[in-house]
Ligand binder design. Structure first.
Ligand code: BGC
Length: 731
């Protein structure tokens, strides 16, 4: 439809019809068995169902086709319904959770993954995904850290941008793609105490320099939609926050697409104490520029009245509705409300999607310890023990459209590469301690103690038979994700008991950790010969993990978040500011900024990860000691594979501005490159440093760089390398 026709359509619509384009209702309104992620809020009346512009949480080619047919027939202007779904890290083929994808340090791979997800979801009738989640997260207590790509603004920016491009492709009309939604705007990841839905307090400079960056970069890729967040930012709920939505998102970022609230967030402004009642909430959300009200009922109940009374102008309403209609138009829905879906076929896992998922899993695994050559596994007796050894529950709580039966377990993967006589499996213990509270209720099994004693006896026997025990431990997938904040980052006690008992057998222990968040792993690392972080790896988990365990692929993932010694260090991140009394690396530490009982930094820092081979970094070099605003300089380093097997190195560049009108972090990631090297092979890796990379939110409230001294590191993680110095000068 051209612009004129779209405007004519808008002109022809009644106020009620227009308002309803801004209303989203759950798919359960149309289908009894839809997956509903939020809090059920009663059923919408028939009129709302007939006119609501979009729905969420349902999929399936035939199902959605039927709903669309029925809906369009009844809609006065036959405007198609828009179907949205949380396709967060996979639809049918489930990739590693976003935190795992962050660990791959591979934006190109993330783009391919997003394109694959778009293809599958679009085949199932889905038009829009609520992804990428671009929230910067420095707090492992927050369950939704699993949905982020980590603690670093630069990595998150690249990942979110790549995902938008992958989901959307070049043209939204292409039915193999779907619209992306950058969320949750803004600063949801900074919720106080790591407690979900909690308030955030951030200075403008922290907000702009760190928390807003990834959203801003992703918006440059023109996502069709942005979602508000549940939290308040400096005392104002994001969903009613005109500074965030109008000044930053629309004016500064230039976002022209549709702004949707998070689930129920418009109505929640009453609980926040920001709106007097739901009508006031609708008014405040409209004033902030929220186009679609996801499931709070505030717009459907009060917006028409607000428009009729003049509290909300017709112009404001029309602008919002026009954005929604334009999005439907961009998706090609007016030409083909079914976007070419084959209702009979729908989406399936394919050989190709499995292959991509398998490679992504292998790239996402982070090797934290490898003593006495424990990995790769030898051709000897290997026992796979633990609640994660043979479970199909390898996807997160946000991968509900993926089917567990397609998942390859670790033991199934092992069975494909080893002779049956050479491997054994044992559950070892239950997944959780009795009565553990999860996001999906209390974990409870009958005869928990007897069952665990029996499983332990069996596991010890299995371990005694083996040469190496591959111990598969971790958090349950219901312990991370939405509404899954925790104050304890240790493995369940029943799993730690298993580890201690297996240790007593004297066998080599390779521990695999399945998790959606950083955990406290000091004890686990000390008791294990090797420690491998597997995240929540998804459909091809068992294959990708076995590729790494057997040495077919050398591990190459890097931590996208700091793993703490103890939860007491949280929030924890590498890009901190120096205090006036930094803790010295050696010598007395009294009266310096430190903990009496713990290191300041992470047990396993950001950017860290081992390989089966070793890399030697040559002396890094700068093309010049000075740069100007017009002339770039280049930092380069030679990296050699000094080990015996091929492997990928992730060369990282960090920069520090030594002094400024506002203090600057001790290090900030400014570039990285993944390179593959054969044994003995060497490659020179170069990064161009441009003036714009040195800009920050100055004391005067401007994005500018300031002349002066800088340090740059080309290294293997956020804590190593030697600094080179250069100056930025005005020419
Ligand atoms: C979550 C969003 C999600 C939405 C729709 C909310 O509870 O915060 O991330 O996209 O539900 O399912």
């Amino acid at each position: 439809m051209d612009k004129k026709a779209l405007e004519a359509l808008l002109h022809d619509m009644s106020t009620e019809e227009k308002v309803m384009q801004l209303v989203q209702i759950p798919g359960s309104e149309y289908e009894a068995d839809a997956e509903i992620t939020g809090v059920e809020r009663g059923r919408a009346d028939e009129k709302v169902k007939r006119l609501a512009g979009s729905t969420l949480g349902i999929w399936g080619a035939q199902r959605l086709k039927n709903i669309q047919e029925r809906y369009m027939k009844e809609h006065p202007h036959h405007i198609p319904l828009m179907f949205m779904l949380d396709v967060i890290h996979g639809h049918k083929t489930v990739l590693p959770c976003p935190l795992g994808q962050g660990a791959a340090f591979d934006p190109e791979g993330a783009e391919k993954g997003a394109a694959m997800q778009a293809y599958e979801a679009a085949e199932d009738g889905v038009h829009v995904t609520f992804s990428p989640m671009s929230d910067l997260c420095r707090d492992a207590r927050w369950g939704r850290i699993m949905e982020s790509t980590g603690e670093d603004k630069y990595l998150n920016s690249l990942m979110a941008s790549a995902m938008v491009e992958g989901y959307q492709g070049g043209d939204l009309k292409d039915p193999r793609h779907m619209a992306a939604c950058v969320k949750h705007f803004a600063a949801y990841g900074a919720c106080e105490g790591g407690r979900d839905y909690n308030n955030t307090e951030l200075s403008e400079h922290t907000l702009r320099e760190h928390y807003l960056r990834a959203y801003g970069e992703a918006v440059k890729k023109k996502p069709a939609m942005v979602m508000t967040s549940f939290n308040t930012v400096n005392g104002i709920p994001a969903t009613g926050n005109t500074f965030l939505m109008k000044k930053i998102l629309r004016e500064e970022f230039g976002f022209q697409g549709v702004l949707i609230s998070d689930w129920g967030a418009v109505g929640e402004m009453v609980n926040h104490g920001y709106a007097e009642d739901k009508k006031d909430a609708a008014l405040k959300a409209m004033n902030a520029g929220v186009d679609i009200d996801m499931c709070s009922g505030c717009y459907s109940t009060y917006l028409e009245e607000l428009v009729k009374s003049g509290a909300v102008s017709e112009k404001m309403l029309d602008e919002a509705v026009y954005r929604v209609l334009s999005m439907k138009n961009d998706l090609g829905l007016f030409e083909d409300p079914f976007r070419g879906i084959d209702a009979e076929k729908g989406a399936t896992v394919t050989g190709e999607s499995r292959q991509l998922a398998r490679e992504t899993v292998a790239k996402s695994l982070v090797l934290l310890e490898n003593r006495n050559g424990a990995l790769p596994l030898r051709k000897e007796k290997n026992a796979f023990i633990g609640p994660y050894a043979n479970t199909k529950k390898l996807q997160s709580s946000w991968a509900f459209s993926g089917d567990d039966e397609n998942t390859v377990t670790v033991f199934e993967g092992a069975s494909e590469v080893y002779e049956p006589d050479d491997i054994r499996f044992s559950n070892g213990c239950t997944m959780l301690d009795q009565d553990t509270v999860t996001a999906r209720g209390k974990y409870h099994t009958d005869n928990w103690q007897e069952e665990n004693d029996r499983l332990l006896r069996e596991a010890v026997k299995t371990a005694e038979w083996a040469d190496t025990v591959i111990l598969c431990l971790g958090e349950d997938s219901t312990q991370s994700g939405e509404a899954a904040s925790k104050t304890c980052l240790k493995l369940p006690a029943v799993q730690l008991r298993l580890l201690h008992e297996i240790k007593k057998t004297g066998k080599r222990i390779v521990t695999l950790i399945f998790t959606g968040r950083p955990l406290e792993l000091k004890e686990v690392g000390d008791l294990s010969d090797a420690l491998l972080i597997c995240w929540l790896p998804g459909t091809e988990g068992g294959h990708g993990i076995m590729d790494v365990l057997t040495g077919k692929v050398s591990p190459s993932g890097r931590l996208p978040v700091s793993f703490p010694y103890t939860v007491g260090q949280e929030p924890l991140h590498y890009d901190i500011y120096s205090t006036g009394r930094p803790r010295p690396e050696s010598g007395p530490t009294e009266f310096t900024s430190r903990y009496l009982d713990c290191e300041n930094g992470a047990l396993y820092p950001f950017g860290y990860g081992l390989s089966y081979t070793s890399f030697e970094y040559g002396k890094p070099e700068l093309s010049a000691e000075k740069m100007t605003y017009e002339e770039n300089i280049t930092a380069s380093v030679k990296v050699r594979n000094t080990g015996k097997v091929p492997g990928d190195a992730t060369v990282q560049m960090y920069i520090r501005d030594l002094s400024g009108s506002r203090i600057r972090p001790v290090r900030e990631l400014a570039g990285f490159k993944r390179i593959s090297l054969n044994p003995g092979e060497e490659e020179e890796v170069s990064f161009v440093i441009k003036e714009e990379m040195l800009r920050f939110w100055t004391a005067d409230g401007k994005w500018e760089s300031e002349p002066g001294k800088f340090h740059v590191w080309l290294c293997d993680s956020s804590i190593d390398g030697e600094a080179l110095e250069f100056r930025l000068e005005k020419s």
